[in-house]
Design a protein around this ligand. Structure first.
Ligand code: GLP
Length: 261
């Protein structure tokens, strides 16, 4: 794992966007794993800026969202299908037909989850997966005790996740109870992972994921199993890490050839 600690949330977005941009610059038809939530918004803003400046194009790229609520109407402003269309597909200029979101409205949800896995495989697998982290250590919607071998499936949302996400809905009761999410096994199959976190409210989750034991109780600790995972955090999200001097030293002394991978 590489831990990158940067002064501000804006720096986090810019640096993580740089990792995505490098993948797309190298392969215009790259497959990008897309996260929702507030954490990756800075990444999308920075990528949109690069697209607008003519530095980058997502026209041939493919996208697979991490997760979706079950039973939420497609047109609901908080459906992840809507959010991905609004915050990613449009501003980055993806071809909408090349971006998929798990179908939380399918009549056969198990079948839809299996089909999603098959579609990712058919696309050649995910080249780089963007991730946020929940305050309880979840990634995607893989709540604590999710199996490290899990694939795309239906999950029950943790109470804490529903409370955290209530800010996006008119009332806490409106937050769906279930979701369809890529599994931890699905996420670990991506060729590269980039997880971003900002703010003090993520500090415990980041410390547990990065420096705690490998545990299904902290789903983000699964990143310790990946050979190419980068965790980009601001000072506040890094505030409970122990080895910060080492992470900073490593990043500051990175040879140029490693920076441009
Ligand atoms: C959400 C999403 C996750 C996200 C996490 C943190 O519910 N399902 O993909 O990473 O919880 O959200 P935020 O970035 O808004 O803090």
């Amino acid at each position: 794992m590489e831990i990158v600690i940067l002064p501000t949330a804006a720096d986090v977005g810019r640096a993580a966007a740089g990792l995505i941009a490098a993948v797309v610059a190298n392969r215009s038809d790259a497959v990008i794993g897309l996260a929702t939530g507030s954490s990756p918004q800075g990444i999308y803003r920075d990528l949109a800026r690069r697209v607008e400046a003519g530095e980058l194009s997502f026209a041939l790229a493919r996208g697979f969202a991490l997760d979706e609520y079950v039973g939420i109407p497609l047109e609901h402003p908080e459906s992840y299908a809507r959010i991905i269309a609004r915050d990613v597909v449009e501003p980055l200029g993806f071809d909408p037909s090349r971006v998929q979101v798990p179908d939380g409205r399918a009549s056969d949800l198990d079948l839809a989850a299996k089909q999603y896995e098959a579609d990712i495989l058919d696309a050649g697998g995910i080249d780089i997966q963007i991730l946020g982290i929940g305050t309880n250590g979840h990634i995607g919607f893989n709540e604590p005790t999710s199996s490290f071998a899990s694939r795309t499936r239906i999950k029950t949302l943790a109470l804490r996740t529903r409370e955290d996400n209530a800010r996006f809905f008119a009332s806490p009761d409106e937050v769906p109870t279930h979701c369809m999410t890529q599994g931890l096994g699905t996420i670990l199959d991506a060729r590269a992972l980039v997880l971003v976190a900002q703010g003090e409210q993520k500090a415990d989750a980041i410390a547990a994921a990065v420096e705690g034991p490998l545990s299904a109780f902290v789903p983000a600790s699964a990143l310790q199993l990946h050979e190419h995972a980068t965790i980009v955090v601001d000072e506040a999200a890094a505030s409970r890490l122990q080895l910060t001097d080492y992470y900073r030293y490593t990043y500051d002394h990175k040879p140029e050839w490693q920076r441009t991978r």
